[in-house]
Design a protein around this ligand. Structure first.
Ligand SMILES: NC(=O)c1ccc[n+]([C@@H]2O[C@H](COP(=O)([O-])OP(=O)(O)OC[C@H]3O[C@@H](n4cnc5c(N)ncnc54)[C@H](O)[C@@H]3O)[C@@H](O)[C@H]2O)c1
Length: 327
């Protein structure tokens, strides 16, 4: 039986599909390739389709005997969602609703969903537990909360069981540098730091140096993409063992400041990151990091990699693939 990985040509989906295949699981990826890359899928089977295409999805589920779904396919930029909210509701919510119809019609009962710490908005207290209020501050975060709500209803009313994984800041690459994030569309800190290191952009702006943190810069929870991939394997195992539906934070539980990220990047690259100091950005929280105890208790998941591993793997990938996947 086969696991369908939607968004399998994207950053986190491609790492998870590769890890699942390495673990001997049958995998088929589906991706529109709008924001993904065929090369990221390697030799694994890829169907190019939109997840809202019911006929194409039904056909591939039948042909590959799919019995579980890991759903990454979505748009992911909170900033873009503030300018184009409709785009996010259509693709992240509407297309997922269509996918869930197809999944239900095929009798599939196991579903792992890429949610986000963006559902919490600015947290009131740290570390952030799964019981913190869901108060998204962008259509992107809202789209993730809406899918979680759909999954909760389907869990009550149908045989579908799901795990929604609320990722904190995904970063890093396959440790040997053979697979990583295509940085052409990203605004996340680690790839932007890499671009600055490689002279592919102007110096990095450090937004805010007067935050109430030890070094004055904002603090986030960076979690290695391979640790995220492992968590999806663990979530599938949990559902296959008959485990109940849940929402689970995926973070290291450790906050790292912008300056700590820069120091780790410089250690990995052996050169200095060009930077300029800039004003705080409106709406940026001072610090966000996860309480990850539920992931340990429910899924037996513990992150193996730290900040140095994240920056070393990111450097291994970007310095050898300055044009990303090259397509
Ligand atoms: N990267 C992060 O830090 C982060 C943090 C929290 C949550 N997430 C979530 O994880 C998931 C994967 O993120 P990523 O960083 O790998 O993003 P990504 O953009 O690299 O990958 C998403 C993939 O989905 C595909 N896609 C989008 N809409 C589709 C559709 N309707 N049908 C078929 N394919 C479609 C894109 O072409 C792309 O290949 C997303 O749902 C994102 O919201 C990411």
């Amino acid at each position: 039986m086969t696991i369908l990985v939607t968004g399998g040509a994207g950053y986190i989906g491609s790492h998870t599909a590769r890890l699942l295949a390495e673990r001997g699981r049958e995998v088929v990826a589906v991706d529109s390739l709008e924001r993904g890359h065929r090369a990221a899928v390697g030799d694994l089977p890829l169907v190019v389709a939109d997840v809202s295409d019911r006929a194409a999805l039904a056909e591939l589920i039948d042909a590959h005997r799919v019995d579980s779904v890991v759903h990454f396919a979505a748009y992911k930029a909170a900033g873009e969602s503030m300018e184009h909210p409709g785009r996010y509701f259509h693709n992240n919510v509407g297309a997922t609703a269509a996918l869930l119809d197809t999944v239900a019609a095929a009798g599939i009962e196991r579903f792992v969903f890429s949610s986000s710490a963006a559902v919490y908005g600015t947290p009131e207290s740290l570390p952030v537990t799964e019981d913190a209020p869901v108060r998204p501050e962008s259509p992107y975060g809202e789209s993730k909360a809406m899918v979680e709500t759909m999954l909760a209803w389907l869990g009550r009313l149908t045989p579908l069981r799901s795990v929604s994984l609320r990722y904190f800041n995904a970063a890093g690459a396959w440790p040997d540098g053979s697979l990583g994030e295509d940085w052409s569309l990203t605004t996340n800190l680690v790839p932007v730091v890499m671009k600055s290191l490689l002279g592919r952009r102007p110096p990095l702006e450090i937004f805010g140096t007067d935050y109430p943190t030890p070094d004055g810069t904002a603090v986030r929870d960076y979690v290695h993409v391979l640790d995220l991939a492992e968590a999806h394997v663990a979530a599938l195992d949990h559902l296959e063992a008959g485990g109940e539906s849940s929402v689970v934070n995926l973070g290291t539980g450790v906050g790292s400041s912008v300056r700590q990220v820069l120091a780790a990047a410089e250690a990995a690259a052996g050169r200095e990151v060009p930077t300029v100091l800039a004003e705080r950005r409106p709406g940026d929280p001072v610090a966000v990091y996860a309480d990850n105890r539920r992931a340990a208790e429910l899924l037996g998941w513990r992150p193996r990699f730290g900040l140095d591993d994240i920056l070393a793997s990111a450097w291994a990938w970007h310095s050898t693939h300055p044009d990303g996947h090259g397509d």
